[in-house]
Design a protein around this ligand. Structure first.
Ligand code: HAM
Length: 412
């Protein structure tokens, strides 16, 4: 039986890889311009990191993790999980290597695969890739502006400068808790009508109820008395000032945004600013980018109290939206009756930075030229005359013009 790729995973090959490389190259340029350093953390971590870090009221932890035990019945048996996201891993690394002792702010960017056992559909895979940044050490709203600006600049660099930016403030621990309590209070009479997930969220993290996509739950949120509480301006004066300042910065940067009071994000670690960047062209899975502040996470995972903020973008979703790049033709295809001469010339061309190839099966001239015209801009013909008299016949495969080149340097 033929073995196929797992449901929710995708092979990336051929010309698709050109667009992928371009997405990552742009990320590297834009992020490094803003002084973010690349960080690579392991693809699997201790399960506990995500249970505690991402939070046990989230769908990710409750339903979507690829968790398995290694070490068998051995006393060293450990539960590990393929990372469903990268913030928790970067925070773990930050704490483990005392990166708080390096000059602040500490700014990192990453690209890599993430794993979530979700029901696959357009824009939603079980193995997908994220391009993201995390920044530690700055509590001021300038950091929030810097992070949103970086996301928007990256999207601009790949031709997606006009997507919708939504922001919200969840408040700090104090005001968030008061808000949670009033949500619980107003939803109490409807508790039995909420979906099973929301019943669990009601106990563990009532804010996340607002993220529910269930139509019956949404109808409850539309009720006058519930809506009043949900849309209530509950955040405290400090959080309000932080949020207002952020808006001033975004206005000054000419970044268009809207405030979405229902935006609570699907992970537990957020406080104050949260944001998403969406594209209506993507259908139901419209978010290309999600992020926010997580000022309590470093301390919660055992580090010193450290404010932090970041975002991650779904690379597959970006891929769907961007104009696709084509494989460029190579510089030279060497057409020759002598494999040795062809090998030697290809080696020299490559050493000098030219993309060059030749026919390893040393087929007839006609076949070699046919191949050259498919993949190369020019053919270098090395026939008996060329080899004995020491020159190159260079055929421009776009125009058909052929010229005699006597000096290797003129090929470069
Ligand atoms: P998230 O919203 O779970 O946030 O994921 C960020 C982005 O990853 C989403 O907006 C989406 O584009 C993409 N994504 C998520 N799940 C899938 C999937 N199953 N298939 C395809 N794409 C997907 C986080 O992961 C946070 N760690 C972001 C963050 C970083 N917050 C602070 N720092």
């Amino acid at each position: 039986m033929v073995i196929k790729a797992q449901r929710g995973t995708k092979d990336i090959f051929g010309s698709e890889t050109i667009t992928w490389q371009w997405l990552v190259d742009n990320a590297k340029n834009v992020f490094q311009n803003a002084d973010f350093k690349e960080i690579k953390t392991p693809i699997f971590e201790a399960t506990e990191l995500f249970n505690r870090g991402v939070g046990d009221s989230t769908d990710i932890v409750n339903k979507e993790m690829y968790t398995f035990c290694v070490g068998g019945a051995n006393k060293d048996a450990t539960s590990i999980t393929l990372r469903p996201e990268n913030t928790a891993g970067v925070v773990r690394c930050f704490i483990e290597h005392n990166l708080n002792r390096t000059p602040s702010p500490q700014k990192f960017w990453y690209f890599g695969p993430m794993f979530r056992y979700e029901r696959p559909q357009a824009g939603r895979q079980r193995q997908f890739h994220q391009i993201g940044v995390e920044m530690f050490g700055v509590a001021e709203p300038t950091a929030d502006a810097e992070i949103i600006m970086t996301a928007v600049e990256y999207l601009k660099s790949i031709g997606l400068g006009d997507l919708e930016v939504e922001i919200n403030s969840l408040g700090c621990t104090k005001c968030k808790n008061e808000y949670k309590n009033s949500i619980k209070e107003v939803l109490k009479p409807y508790l039995k009508d909420l979906c099973d997930d929301c019943k669990m969220r009601y106990e563990k993290n009532p804010l996340r109820i607002l993220d529910c996509k269930n139509e019956d739950c949404k109808k409850i949120f539309e009720k006058e008395e519930v809506k009043k509480v949900i849309l209530n301006d509950y955040i405290c004066e400090d959080c309000k000032e932080h949020f207002t300042k952020l808006q001033e910065y975004l206005n000054a940067l000419n970044i268009k945004y809207s405030i979405n009071k229902m935006l609570v994000r699907g992970l537990d670690y957020y406080n104050r600013t949260v944001f998403e960047i969406k594209s209506s062209a993507l259908g139901s899975q419209s978010a290309v980018c999600g992020g926010g502040r997580y000022d309590g996470l470093v301390e919660m995972l055992g580090g010193a109290p450290t404010p932090a903020i970041g975002f991650a973008m779904g690379a597959e979703r970006l891929f769907t939206l961007v104009e696709k790049k084509e494989q460029e033709k190579i510089d030279y295809f060497v057409v020759s009756s002598s494999s040795t001469e062809a090998l030697k010339l290809v080696q020299k061309l490559r050493q000098n930075g030219k993309v060059a190839d030749f026919d390893m099966q040393n087929r007839k001239f006609g076949k070699q030229l046919e191949k050259a015209s498919k993949i190369a801009k020019s053919a270098i013909i090395l026939g008996e005359d060329e080899i004995s008299q020491g020159f190159y016949s260079v055929k421009n495969l776009l125009t058909g013009n052929q010229e005699k080149v006597t000096n290797f340097e003129n090929l470069l």
